[in-house]
Ligand binder design. Sequence first.
Ligand code: C2O
Ligand code: CU
Ligand code: CU
Length: 469
Amino acid sequence: RYAITQREASAEILPGVRTPLWTYEGTFPGPTIESRRGRPVTVTHRNELPVPTVVHLHGGRTPAASDGYPTDLVLPEGWHEPATHVQPASGHSMQGMQSMQSMQGMHDPRAVVSTLTRDYTFPLDQRPTLLWYHDHRMDFTAPAIWRGLAGLQIVRDDAEDALGLPAGQRELPLMIADRAFAADGSLAYPALDPTLREQPGVSDPYLAGVLGDVILVNGAPWPVHEVDAARYRLRILNASNARHYELEAVTDDGRRLDLVQIGADQGLLAAPVTHHVLPMAPAERYDVIVDFSGVAIGSRVRVVNRLGSGRTRDVMAFRVARNATDGSRIPRVLSDDLPAWRRSDAVRVRKFSFRTGRMRGGHGWLIGGLPFDPGRSDVTVGLGDVEVWRLVADVHHPVHLHLVGFRVLSRSGRPPLPHDAGLKDTVSLRPGETVEIITRFDGYRGRYLFHCHNAEHEDMGMMANLEII
Ligand code: C2O
Ligand code: CU
Ligand code: CU
């Protein structure tokens, strides 16, 4: 059981100025929740922010009632929703109202379930991996995450513990997120600097997604972390709203260290995959071993984003401080429980386009030509069905499915890329690409989502309902 209060706080992120934040428990990122496979965790969230919120555990195999549907809000005290939303009777115990509705399995999107506090229950009956929790309010996810509403949750099990991977001080969760700041230290959303817009010439500062010119890792700008000359397990999350990375680890003498990938969004690979450059789209996680043992003591290894320029090229650095013994290993077989769905297992092939288009009188981002509507049913699948989804992109779209992990089958008719290995919950569609994924919709019945995880695209409509019946 955990209790998390969502509240305003401030932190000295840039030297000499304070940055006001929206936080889980007063910090950015929020507290890291350590959990064990199959051991349910209940997190009681209390909303003391000035706005409604809703919590989603990204990558969690979670019953719909706790999955953080975008209109399933935790309202702050005294909040009044526009009249289009159904309000609980005033004076009624808000919490009682909410638990009553969730017991009845009510999930009418038009009925705002209002609470000051809310229990989210996560069974965590799933492969061990790095998850993250973040805000998911309809149309307001991107600014809420930008202001600080994101945190990590780690799921472990005995089998993974027994592998002998680097652990303890040598296992580092790294949440990478770019932000822009005003001179007084406050977060600028969107960035004031027009050169940061991903598509120059695009006049809407939100359309391509919001970028920052400061790279934060675990909330600190360009940190330098002291390490032993040994193997480290880096559990990397791209928590940026819109920024893509191509990560390299470069020594002072210009050598590129191997990035040995051992895990993807949904846990361990079958066998390690070695990269020199690791592409990361928003919301993707990569579990990577880096060996600092061949690096000169006292020198640095810089983690660089090949897609960045100027100061956004640097992400962080490791200073190799001392020689050390290393009892860790990277087993040649990491896991043997990866689902091996084949095309012939699929009962259906669906096709979805992820494209820009007109919505609400302006420009937005659409799936299958439509912007998100919580009242519309988009996709209905049978519990246990295996399906192939063909995802077609105009520009870059990292596509995320709630509840299930999937495997990448192909990219524009060609085999998946090396970093597509394993079980994923977010896949990066590159411009003009058609990506096929395969999954089994199992676990729970109920209403879930799939969407682009460019957070601005998500808020501008690129999300759809996925109903499992
Ligand atoms: Cu990480 Cu639906 O979100
Ligand atoms: Cu998710
Ligand atoms: Cu997108």
